[in-house]
Design a binder for this molecule. Sequence first.
Ligand code: NAD
Ligand code: LMR
Length: 330
Amino acid sequence: MSTSAPVTVTVTGAAGQIAYALLFRLAAGGVYGKDVPIRLRLLEVTAATGAAEGVAMELEDCAFPALASIDITDDPAVGFDGASAAILVGARPRGAGMERADLLTANGAIFRGQGRAINNHAADDVRVLVVGNPANTNAYIAQRHAPDVPAERFTALMRLDHNRALSQLATRLGAPVGELDRVVVWGNHSATQFPDVSYLTRGGVPVTEGLDQQWLTDEFIPRVAKRGSEIIEVRGSSSAASAAGASIVHMRDWVRGTPDNSWTTVALPSKGEYGTVPGVVTGLPCRSDGGEWEVVEGLEIDEFQRPRIDASVAELVDERDQVHALGLVD
Ligand code: NAD
Ligand code: LMR
């Protein structure tokens, strides 16, 4: 029997596609481990609380030993009460032909209210992961409405982009994906993102062969950056299981630490690292020792990387300015 104290985890958009893949892994111990009891709080819009009840019934039917309780609510004040983790999935996904920035007006207001509720009701140790798009700028909005929570506890999901990059590289190099490390995806979770292989290692050794510049520029970078659109086109709706899987490992690594000598990509409020613009929530190379995310220091940035990082950060600055103009942030 477990002796750990239960952890309250809030998931928004609990009746949606991503949540349907996420909640079962969470309840099975995918973030905190099998021995830490979880109190799940499912936050949905009123019209979808019935469907969330159905998901809760299925969760019960799995008889997960670590699942201590499930509560469903449409009230953010109740939903985030005492939360040590908040996974903000609930938002409208884009359809074919839309860019993620088109969702700013539709989804931005959700994150203003949820940021305030997290500020006022969550536990002191709350860790926030924003998945709903446009994820980086939604995280910015939420963070700006939570002045009492340390800014670095607000993150956005770029682990999916990171995983997409690793998988493309593994195929190209004919390497098991688990041997590859030190990829980073800079900037925005959008088509301007810069998946960067400058520091790539295989089995701990820098990769110097097998990735020519033309393949990187013409195939790898656009393929990773546009993978979300490709999934929407081929699948008919936006990625769900892969987004859920990335969310689980993002939270797991944050809570339990990244493996020794390894790093991952996390979108965090910038402190100006690597010439990024302070405040915007940008992809950065990060490690965790199980406490806070720590940005990897001391990497050299060359003339191939610089304009690509700058272009994606400029888009984040533009989105930031739009949400201020829309009155979503003062
Ligand atoms: P979905 O439409 O299947 O589910 C979204 C759910 O959110 C719905 O059940 C809806 O009722 C709920 N919701 C809407 N407003 C809410 C609110 N204010 N509070 C609580 N719940 C609310 O969508 P999905 O496929 O699960 O995708 C969810 C979001 O995640 C989309 O914005 C999508 O673009 C984004 N996404 C992000 C990534 C990433 O890597 N960051 C990857 C895939 C999808
Ligand atoms: C993705 O990257 O798959 C998601 O952000 C969905 C989208 O709109 O691209």
